[in-house]
Write a protein that binds this ligand. Sequence first.
Ligand code: NCD
Length: 323
Amino acid sequence: MSEAQVDQRRKDGTLRHLLTLEHLSRAEIERLLNKAQSFVRPLGAPPPTSNTLAGVTVANLFTEPSTRTRVSFELAAKRLGADVVNLEVQLSSRVKGESMLDTVYTLQSLHVDVMVIRDAEAGVPALVAGNVAPHVSVLSAGEAHVSHPTQGLLDALTVRQHKKRFEGLAIAIVGDIRHSRVARSSFHAFRTLGVADLRIVAPAVLMPEEPEFEGCSRHTSLAAGLKDVDVVMMLRIQKERMGQADLPDADRYFVQYGLTPERLSLARPDAIVMHPQPMNRGIEIASDVADGRQSVIRDQVRNGVAVRMAVLADVIGSRSSAT
Ligand code: NCD
């Protein structure tokens, strides 16, 4: 089942689920970014808290490993006053669609209102969204190689904080684009928000098939891809989504595609460097760059909690009138 078969919106047009950014309008994305920005605080300041989600229960249902996404969904829900349960389904007993639905029905009987789902199998978030009761919302926390909508939103928020506007920007997404759900969701956000010069940079084997990433220029040369860009987004090689034979040699990959300070100097002098993490230092990015002056990688993590608060508040806040 593809995500497109499940409508993310309620009949009144409000957002009920968040499975993909692909069909969201610019106004919808901007509304979520503005809401998220209102939850951002400087490091050291107390995080914002409220009781907006008092009485609401959020379940994190993750069948793939996660650090930042799971913790930030949990903190986001708690800071809005929700109850949270975390189910970490072991990879060894990976559930197939049907047994996943049994878990979901159980959670629903326990009065869970929001299911946050990460799964290695494409279509699982949509399957769940298509089968839950009308008051329940499903949020994707990463679906196979297909989508990772809250990551796309936090990437857009990070770019907006540093560059103010999207028009006129040149953004390069670099690395294992073929297997990356982050690349797909960030691409959807950037395209909808009006970025005109979007580039994907990868060795031929890690390039996605056409017509995906429509409108992006494609580069196998890192130097050409980075020339004068405002934003460089590096990606991890998704080893878990490829066979042993397809795995690039780490040393050779770093020589050709690793982001070093010299390579970064091809971008604009005020370019920012992003990475969704986990990072492989010395494979896709040099430590000097990851920890350097142009890196906004830690801002991305901070923005992750704010974006997840915004999405939770949005889907729950708009629910009562429509269900
Ligand atoms: C990413 C993911 O899981 O897709 N991590 C994250 O959520 N920040 C990226 C990755 O695993 O490479």
